[in-house]
Design a protein around this ligand. Structure first.
Ligand code: SF4
Ligand code: SF3
Length: 549
């Protein structure tokens, strides 16, 4: 069997992963089943949009579309059984809705809404390959449809985390289904598809705002916090991914057990929320960004829980102390089931496993300073504005997004180091691990690296920019001394990029490569309209970024 996937920055040759396995370790079977699942979700979304128009939205279907989309995001779920099961569920729900709607369903059903989803796992995979990326012959149409689909995967991730805390925006949930269903519409013009791309970008801002509201209402506003890097002597649980509801439950259940809880990768920002400070066993951060996990998890010695991306196919040396939860999955890795309504997830198996383990090996000493989300930065607004007006701060450079394993990402570390002393880095997402360990100093007490949090906390950076725009009496964020030098890897970063474009942000430098899924014609539109540019070299980009070009 072959496969084709080009959704992330590490796609083979910056063209596409084909053959038996992707660069992320995703086998052809899983890749094709993911494509088959998306095909089934399109059909389900199409039918549920009609049901919604008839006043009979199926809520379970809406959540299934959302969560399975999230499962197809890079490094989330590698389990063929998961996708085969969800294809069957999607088809069953679709038929349930059809039966409820009766003749209100109307005619002209697309094939995705009639496919029976039957046959062996190999049959399903074959269907996925046929319905996948290469089924679109026109390169520009393919680009626009996949910009919509990849943006939706990013939205789905944030919808999922907000929903875990009890926050759902029905309009966003519907938009996900409408936009996915729209990718089935062969009659859409390039302009109409482009409009969908921007609608997805706008919904990205909305869903990041919702997740921000969920996190801050539940756990308080992030505040400046020093996070310990040296481990303690007790056995531990290492939590990775983005889900703060899972962290809340696990901290609650480990109280008084003698097990410490640590963060890895994108979970680091959790230490800045006041709510989590009540837990004495919430010990610190361990290791670095996602792609370091084989070494980090091996040395951690304890139990490890993946709450979302990025999961690297595990080594045998720690596979038996690794757990997944939520939409994350890997064959042969224990999975913690979802929480029942109104209850916590049951993490007793993770805690029991941790108790059998040794304490972590020390990887680092000292602390990291985090917690510069919107509320904290705006509390320092007077100081920041005075520093800009007095000339001590010449420019803010947003260096947010993802980290990755390619050597070319050294560019971002070098860029951060080469920035002049009067430039401040605003960061969010796991890209920060490229420069949060560097000693870049401060400007009059304002650190030169302000870490707002997870990738979704890019929303905080947008809020900070809008507040500064108002404080300086400007009409447009593009007039601020603010530049963007962004690192992307997976589809949440693609969504954040679409959100920035939807907000009219220009002159974004994007690297380490431009997405393989953007065709030359669509790229030209992005360049003409937004002056989006690929990162080149530090020497060439630095003057442009400092000049806001
Ligand atoms: Fe390749 Fe990325 Fe797709 Fe994995 S997610 S198969 S690395 S393009
Ligand atoms: Fe990182 Fe995977 Fe994207 Fe949330 S953990 S930013 S890459």
């Amino acid at each position: 069997m072959s496969m084709f996937c080009y959704q992330c920055q590490e796609t083979a040759g910056n063209k596409g992963c084909a053959g038996a396995k992707g660069a992320c370790g995703k086998p052809d079977l899983v890749s094709n089943l993911q494509d088959a699942a998306i095909h089934a979700l399109k059909g389900l979304a199409w039918v549920n949009v009609r049901a919604t128009q008839a006043g009979a939205c199926d809520r379970e279907a809406a959540m299934l579309v959302n969560d399975v989309l999230f499962a197809t995001l890079t490094n989330v779920n590698f389990d063929p059984g998961y996708f085969a099961d969800k294809i069957h569920r999607a088809v069953a729900l679709r038929e349930r809705i059809k039966a409820t709607l009766g003749n209100k369903l109307g005619g002209d059903l697309p094939e995705a809404a009639t496919w029976d989803g039957q046959g062996s796992v190999d049959d399903l995979a074959k269907k996925g390959y046929e319905a996948g990326v290469l089924s679109y012959k026109d390169e520009d149409v393919r680009t626009l449809r996949y910009l919509v689909i990849y943006g939706l995967k990013g939205i789905a991730a944030y919808v999922h985390h907000a929903a875990a805390l009890g926050y759902v925006d029905e309009e966003v949930l519907l938009l996900v289904q409408r936009a996915l269903a729209a990718t089935l519409d062969e009659s859409l013009t390039t302009d109409q598809l482009t409009d969908w791309v921007f609608q997805v970008g706008h919904a990205g801002v909305k869903v990041m705002a919702l997740l921000d509201k969920a996190n801050t209402e539940q756990f308080g506003h992030p505040e400046i916090t020093q996070v310990r890097l040296a481990p303690g002597t007790a056995p531990g649980i290492l939590l990775s991914g983005h889900d703060l509801a899972d962290l809340r439950d696990i901290l609650d259940q480990t109280k008084g057990t003698g097990v410490d809880v640590y963060t890895h990768g994108e979970m680091l920002p959790a230490h800045a929320y006041p709510f989590f400070k009540q837990y004495d066993n919430f010990r610190g951060n361990y290791g670095s960004s996602w792609w370091h996990q084989p070494e980090d998890f091996e040395k951690f010695n304890g139990a490890v829980l993946m709450t979302s991306n990025c999961l690297v196919p595990p080594r045998d040396s720690y596979k038996d102390r690794l757990f997944t939860t939520g939409v994350v999955g890997f064959p042969g890795v224990a999975h913690v089931a979802d929480r029942a309504a109104g209850k916590q997830k049951d993490f007793s198996a993770v805690i029991a496993r941790a108790k059998q383990c040794q304490a972590p090996v020390k990887l680092a000493d000292g602390t990291l300073t985090i917690g510069f989300a919107r509320n904290q930065v705006l509390a320092l607004a007077d100081k920041v504005i005075a520093a800009v007006k007095g000339g001590a701060i010449k420019r803010f450079v947003v260096m947010a997004g993802c980290d990755g394993r390619h050597k070319s990402r050294q560019y971002f570390t070098d860029f951060a180091q080469a920035l002049p002393q009067d430039a401040v880095i605003l960061t969010a997402g796991c890209a920060k691990y490229r420069y949060n360990g560097l000693d870049l100093g401060d400007i009059g007490g304002i650190p030169r690296v302000l870490d707002a949090g997870q990738c979704n906390d890019s929303y905080s950076l947008v809020m900070i920019a809008l507040a500064l725009k108002d404080a300086f009496g400007l009409k447009d964020v593009n007039q601020l001394p603010l530049s963007f030098d962004i690192a992307w890897y997976e589809q949440k970063a693609a969504l954040i990029l679409l959100s920035l474009l939807a907000l009219g942000v220009r002159n974004i430098h994007l690297g380490p490569t431009l997405p393989a899924f953007v065709s030359p014609n669509v790229l030209k539109i992005l360049v003409d309209k937004f002056n989006i540019q690929p990162t080149t070299t530090v020497e060439l980009d630095l003057p442009l970024v400092m000049a806001g070009k």
